[in-house]
Write a protein that binds this ligand. Structure first.
Ligand SMILES: [Zn+2]
Length: 364
């Protein structure tokens, strides 16, 4: 009798605290609602994902019926999700309250098929709730045309960066929307988001810290005092590769002493992320996106391949979303500058970027 009562109590609390489970192409997402934002320490061992939260939740447990996950349990501040046989990886993040939604613990379990790096977060196909309502969500991508307003970016006799980045981003936006992607632009005209550079870059990156955002793509034009410098490079966040100087990150972070300070801050957060498993998982996705974009761009333009690189760009330092920064060419180059000034060339660049993003989202 006592045991029956206990089971009934367990069943009741299960209803109360049951997570939402979404089945997506490429991964399964389990979402627990939290009373407030908190810290999380994650351990994935064998068949279970254990998350220690900095708060206490009502006890609950139950079965999960979705690819990759079989059960969950909540006890005190610890949430455990049991993985299905053969599944060994998960990405865990705690999202702060935003857009009318409360704080959430999000556990993504990638599909089993891929080796090494997890499959890209793919187009959500259906989100099922225990209450059995079903809705279809479109993937959301944030495009960030670099600079604008009080900050024109690099300038040469052929191009002005803020104009080129906006034109390319608008073309990428149109192409993605044609394919059903929900696109958010950080700007659609020649404007800054804030006169202060740090606040401006914060406002841009904040647009991506939404649970439904699949990618953040910042578009820039490179510059060098050396007119022979040319080519395309794509960055994701991290410490610069050995021997590389910091001048590009400093310039893109606002230049001068502001750029130096923001680069210093971003570099120290890169250092802190090294031990953070969640951040490292997001960076693996970022790298995957960067590789796709870079190879599509080189194939489409024939430009010199400067490769996928890492550096401390302030605008992509937030690891809650796969995020990259593309330098689509050198406006200072007497070869690339005039090319970037041509709408047809910018269209080729935009299509290559859009194609790579669609590919990353597993969309046609
Ligand atoms: Zn720039």
């Amino acid at each position: 009798m006592k045991r029956l009562l206990l089971l009934l109590l367990l069943a009741a609390s299960t209803v109360f605290a049951a997570p939402r489970v979404g089945t997506h192409e490429g991964y399964t997402r389990v979402v627990f609602d939290l009373p407030r934002a908190t810290t999380a320490q994650t351990k994935v061992t064998g068949q279970s994902v254990t998350v220690k939260l900095g708060l206490t939740l009502p006890a609950a447990q139950g079965k999960l019926n979705a690819p990759g996950v079989t059960a969950y349990a909540v006890a005190g501040g610890t949430v455990t999700v049991t993985l299905a046989k053969g599944y060994t990886r998960a990405q865990v993040s705690v999202l702060p309250p935003r857009d009318g939604q409360g704080a959430r613990l999000v556990i993504d379990v990638p599909a089993r098929s891929s080796a090494g790096v997890a499959a890209a977060p793919a187009r959500p196909t259906a989100v099922t709730r225990p209450a059995s309502t079903t809705k279809v969500t479109r993937p959301r991508v944030v495009l960030d045309p670099g600079h604008g307003g009080n900050d024109p970016g690099m300038q040469s006799r052929w191009v002005q960066e803020e104009q080129i980045t906006l034109d390319v981003a608008l073309r990428v936006r149109d192409e993605l929307r044609r394919h059903g992607v929900d696109v958010v632009m950080t700007r659609e005209t020649d404007r800054h988001l804030h006169p202060n550079k740090a606040a401006d870059l914060d406002a841009r990156s904040r647009l991506a810290s939404n649970a439904n955002t699949s990618a953040f793509v910042s578009i820039h034009v490179n510059a060098s005092v050396n007119p022979a410098a040319h080519g395309i490079e794509t960055y994701y966040f991290g410490q610069p590769l050995g021997g590389q100087n910091r001048s590009l990150a400093i310039a893109e972070n606002g230049g001068g002493s502001i750029g130096q300070e923001l680069t210093r801050q971003a570099a120290s957060s890169a250092q802190n992320l090294l031990g953070d498993l969640l951040a490292q998982a997001k960076l693996a996705f970022s790298r995957q996106l960067a590789q796709k974009v870079q190879s599509r761009l080189i194939a489409a333009t024939g430009a010199y391949d400067r490769g996928v690189q890492t550096d401390a760009f302030y605008v992509i330092r937030n690891p809650t979303t796969p995020a990259i920064l593309i330098e689509i060419g050198f406006g200072s180059s007497p070869v690339e500058g005039p090319r970037l000034a041509q709408p047809a060339y910018r269209d080729r660049i935009a299509h290559a970027i859009a194609r790579a993003i669609l590919d990353f989202l597993n969309m046609k």
